[in-house]
Each structure stands twice: as structure tokens, then as C-alpha cells.
Design a protein around this ligand. Structure first.
Ligand code: FAD
Length: 486
């Protein structure tokens, strides 16, 4: 056996410095050489190390090989071996949303919970072109003033209310974070953010196509900024990065058809979390999957056996699957066979967190003003709802103007409190992970409530499968209840 560390990501500044110091002339400091070498593994009998040496010494040949294997033969997965780290700085939260909907990537973003917002925001080009910059900026500045007032008032209130926490180590920072996390509900989606993104070349190509098809100028400009360094460094692995009619016309045509069939209407303020559908007989299905995986024979036999089991036997089977699990462990893969489809109504802040769960399918609607806004309970508690709603109303007035004169960019003025619907499919394995993080005591209260409601919706229909579903902070108590008391 032999394992070779063939490559790893290193800060580009270090590479630049090393190249300079070594007077490195070869054009091979690029992840393309790895992709090209790996691309040849399937047909070339030589050791991978030799293939890599070839790629490194003949970069032009490596690039031609990438082009013919990735794009000629269609082995697009080869481009996944080339990985890039990108700093994305000074974009709006709306642009960050557009990027972070792509799931085959890692992101870490500036937190509006931990960092005080300093009023930085993006003025979208379409708004400037429509002659609405002044009104837009005045509205954002109004929102930002309200943010500051709410933050100061929340901070004094919460410092008094949680004096015990404030006195503990890092307590001041924690309570200060609670003030920020609620005050930020009034700031707009134009607010500037920054995030680090790690993505492979295949997914980057997909991302670029979709960003370039976006109707918002900022998002299209971001695509160009992303593509520039990639095209210079690795010209052979990102090729089809321009949108086609599939990216543009399809979306428009579907929107027109949907609008005709289902005219937009005001939303009834319904449930925030609704379980739409789920795998039939989830507990029985999980038992069948467990018997299939850990037993033998075909699925029909496993299902028939699970059906014939009495409730006690089924419970024992599922308990055994969960018994040694700590709150950090992934549930057994068999739990992925049980699926739940939810319709969620979430604030922009809530969605910003929800979208980061990459093992879920999320079908996201546009923001919808008729769904109302999410008001943080602490703002009600300090009696500043009036100021909060003043910011929301002012945003909605500006939104109405933008909707008429530059509709593609109207969402920039909406606040973190505005809502949208998300249809999301999760399997039971991911739901365990989601609840562990999002129903935990450290989770932000808004998504924590969504997570709680999602749990409540499945507990009755899948009591065995979901028996240990809880936030990390409740794990020990739940474990004692299920495994020690029974
Ligand atoms: C309290 C709290 C505070 C947070 N603060 C911030 C913050 O300040 N800034 C910020 O940017 N984010 C923050 N997050 C978001 C967090 O970093 C995660 O992005 C988010 O919770 C999604 O969870 P996840 O990455 O575990 O997994 P999911 O995307 O839900 O995926 C589920 C699991 O699949 C596996 N998985 C998925 N993708 C990969 C992959 N590419 N490689 C390997 N394994 C993978 C992992 O086991 C993962 O746990 C915060 C989250 C919480 C709960």
C-alpha cells in the first residue's frame, strides 16, 4: 500500500512569494496539473506519481488533456480535482444568497450576530441607472439609523436582564451578540458582507453560468470578478461558463406559465412550518432498510420481515441503530431512506442560515411582502415595535418604487425581517444533523423555532425513526430518557 500527499491548498500569497524567491518560470503552479494527471488514471497504466510528473513538466499538454477529457469525452468529474479558495468581499447579502445556493462548496461568512454593522451597503447598478440612488440610499440610511437605536436599546435592556450571564467569562460578548442579532432584522439585503468560499472547478463553472444569467447587475459583475483569476490560472478546466437559453429563457417561460396558471395572490398568514408529505410508514420503512443493510436477501424480504415484527421488536431494532450515537455522530445511512417534505415560511435572516444546509433540497420563492415580517420578541419586550415597523414601512415604500422602475433589483431594499417560502426536502439523517445544530441552545432563536416546529411535525408520524431528534443541548437528557429509563 502507498498513499502520497499529491497536493493541498495553500494561500496564494505564499505561492506567489515562493515563485518569486525561486525565480520559478514554469507555468505549472496550477491545480490543472492534478486534474490532468488524475484524468489519465483510467486509461494509462503508469503509476499516478508518473502521471503527475508528466503533467507538471508539460503544462500545455496537461491543459490539452484536460480539455479533451473533461469537455471532449465529457468526464466532467475530473474538474472536481481542481479546488479554489476565493475571498468574496463587499458584496450584498442578496448576492451572497445567489452564490450560497450552490451546495457543493464550503462557505464561511461574516456574521451579523457577532459583528456590529457599520452601515456599509451595496448600491446596485440598476437602481443607479433608474435614477433612484438617492431614494434608495436615504432608505438604507434610515434603516441603519433604526438599527443603531435598536442595538443601543436592546443592549442596555439585555445587559440588565441577563446581568448573571454578563458577569461570566465572555458573557458581555454573548449578550452583546444577542442585541446585534435582533437589531439586524431592520437592515436591508443590500448590506455588505464578506465570505470565504472553497469550490471545485466543475461547480464553479455551474455557478458562473447561473450568476451570469442573473438579472441583477451586481450578481453578473460578481461572476466576472470570480472568473477573471480562474481563467488566468486554470484556463483548461472552466470552459462552458456562459449561460444558455436553459439558464435564461427557461426561467422566464416557466414564470410566465406559472403566473397564468396560478395568479399571484396575497398570502394567508398560515403555519410557518407545514409537513407536506413523507415516506410512507416511516418507522416500518426504516426497519426494512436496517434489515436490508445489516441482514441479507432482497428488499422485499426485508420489508416483509419488518412488517411481521411486533412493535417491541421494531423499537429494539431502531434503538440499537441509535444507542451508541453521540450528538456529533451522523445517524446511520439507512436513515436517508426516510424523507420529509416541508413548506417553510422564513425571514431573510432565517433563510440565510437555512440555505447553508447543503444536504437538503431547497426550492426557494422570491420574497413575498404579503407574508408579513418576523419581529424579534426582544424588540416587542423593549417596546420599540413602532420604530421597527417604521423601518419596515419605509423599506416597503421604496420597494414599491423600485418594483415599478427597476423590478429586478427591488429586493435589495427589503429587510432581514421580510419573508419568503421555502419548500425543503430532508431525509431523517440530515434532519438529525439539522436539529442538533439548529435546535441547540446556541442556535439563533428564529431558526431554532423553525427547527422545533419541524421536529414536532415528524415526532408523531415517525416516533421510532425520530426518537432522538433534538438539539445538542438536549441530547443527554433525551438519551437518559430513551436509553436509561426504559
Ligand atoms: C450556532 C451557529 C453559528 C454559526 N455561525 C456561523 C458564522 O458565523 N458564519 C458562517 O459562515 N456560518 C455559521 N454557521 C453555519 C455553519 O458553519 C454551517 O455552515 C451550517 O450550520 C451548515 O451545517 P454543516 O456544515 O454541518 O452541514 P450541512 O451542509 O447541513 O451538511 C450536513 C453534513 O454533511 C457533511 N458535509 C456536507 N458538505 C460537506 C463537505 N463539503 N465536506 C465534508 N462534509 C460535508 C457534514 O458531515 C455535514 O455536517 C453557524 C451555525 C450555527 C449552528
Amino acid at each position: 500500500m502507498k498513499v502520497v500527499l499529491a497536493g493541498y491548498n495553500v494561500d496564494a500569497e505564499i505561492l506567489r512569494e515562493l515563485k518569486e524567491k525561486a525565480h520559478w518560470e514554469a507555468d505549472n503552479v496550477t491545480p490543472e496539473t492534478l486534474s490532468a494527471a488524475y484524468a489519465r488514471i483510467s486509461r494509462d497504466p503508469r503509476d499516478i506519481e508518473e502521471l503527475r510528473a508528466d503533467s507538471r513538466t508539460a503544462t500545455d499538454k496537461a491543459r490539452r488533456s484536460n480539455e479533451s477529457i473533461i469537455f471532449g469525452l465529457g468526464h466532467a468529474s475530473v474538474a472536481e480535482h481542481a479546488l479554489f479558495n476565493l475571498d468574496i468581499i463587499g458584496v450584498s447579502r442578496l448576492a451572497a444568497e445567489a452564490v450560497q445556493q450552490f451546495r457543493l462548496a464550503a462557505y464561511t461568512e461574516k456574521s451579523q450576530r457577532y459583528i456590529t454593522l457599520d452601515g456599509d451597503f451595496v448600491t446596485p447598478p440598476g437602481i443607479v441607472a433608474a435614477g433612484l440612488e438617492k431614494e434608495f440610499r436615504a432608505t438604507v440610511e434610515f434603516q441603519n439609523d433604526v438599527y443603531k437605536k435598536l442595538y443601543d436599546a436592546l443592549k442596555s435592556h439585555l445587559f440588565r436582564k441577563h446581568a448573571g450571564v454578563v458577569a461570566t467569562k465572555n458573557g458581555e460578548r454573548t449578550v452583546d451578540g444577542w442585541a446585534k442579532e435582533d437589531a439586524r432584522y431592520v437592515v436591508s439585503l443590500a448590506t455588505a458582507t464578506q465570505f470565504g468560499m472553497t469550490m471545485n472547478a466543475r461547480e464553479l463553472e455551474h455557478l458562473l453560468r447561473r450568476l451570469r444569467a442573473d438579472r441583477r447587475g451586481e450578481v453578473r459583475a460578481l461572476a466576472e470578478e470570480l472568473h477573471r483569476p480562474l481563467a488566468a490560472l486554470s484556463p483548461s478546466i472552466i470552459k462552458y461558463a456562459n449561460p444558455t437559453a436553459y439558464d435564461t429563457d427557461r426561467v422566464e417561460a416557466l414564470a410566465a406559465l406559472a403566473l397564468e396558471a396560478l395568479p399571484r395572490r396575497a398570502s394567508e398568514s398560515g403555519e410557518l412550518v407545514r409537513l407536506v408529505s413523507h415516506t410512507d410508514s416511516p418507522d416500518l420503512s426504516l426497519c426494512a432498510a436496517l434489515l436490508f443493510r445489516y441482514g441479507g436477501g432482497d428488499y422485499a424480504a426485508a420489508h416483509a420481515t419488518a412488517s411481521a415484527m411486533d412493535p417491541g421488536q421494531r423499537r429494539q431494532l431502531v434503538r440499537t441503530a441509535l444507542s451508541e450515537r453521540s450528538c456529533w455522530d451522523r445517524a446511520d445511512r439507512t436513515f436517508e431512506t426516510i424523507e420529509f417534505l416541508y413548506e417553510l415560511t422564513v425571514s431573510a435572516t432565517n433563510y440565510a442560515q437555512l440555505k447553508r444546509h447543503r444536504m437538503t433540497t431547497q426550492i426557494v420563492q422570491d420574497y413575498d411582502l404579503t407574508l408579513g415580517v418576523t419581529v424579534p420578541p426582544n424588540i416587542v419586550e423593549i417596546g420599540m415595535e413602532k420604530e421597527f415597523h417604521a423601518a419596515v414601512e419605509r423599506s416597503e415604500e421604496c420597494y414599491a418604487t423600485l418594483a415599478q422602475r427597476c423590478p429586478d433589483e427591488k429586493d435589495y431594499i427589503l429587510t432581514n425581517a421580510h419573508r419568503r417560502r421555502v419548500l425543503t426536502r430532508l431525509n431523517a439523517r440530515e434532519l438529525y444533523h439539522f436539529a442538533a445544530l439548529r435546535e441547540d441552545e446556541h442556535a439563533q432563536w428564529d431558526i431554532r423555532e423553525t427547527s422545533r416546529l419541524m421536529r414536532v411535525a415528524v415526532e408523531k408520524i415517525a416516533p421510532l425513526t425520530m426518537m432522538m431528534l433534538c438539539g445538542k443541548s438536549d441530547f443527554t437528557a433525551r438519551r437518559t430518557e430513551i436509553f436509561d429509563k426504559e
